[in-house]
Write a new protein. Structure first.
Length: 79
């Protein structure tokens, strides 16, 4: 079971780094949402279900949705 926790930590780190390196903002938002869901799993594994639920709702769903809406509304035309 402990190996799964380490794999989730690595996935969270890799998705966070990949979101920093992305040029496309939508891909960046998706990767940061995935990192939020990984963190929610880790909070749940650390026996903090209330924090895990809050992180899953905010970090995995609400904030990426708001960011995606904002990017779509303010997207510039490439010349």
């Amino acid at each position: 079971m402990e190996i799964i926790h380490y794999m989730v930590i690595i996935m969270a780190l890799l998705s966070s780094l990949a979101s920093l390196l992305q040029k496309d903002l939508i891909k960046c938002i998706i990767l940061s949402g995935f990192a939020g869901l990984c963190m929610a799993y880790l909070y749940y594994a650390l026996l903090a279900p209330d924090v895990a639920l809050t992180e899953a709702i905010l970090g995995g769903a609400v904030l990426p949705a708001l960011f995606a809406f904002t990017v779509r509304r303010t997207q510039r035309i490439d010349e």
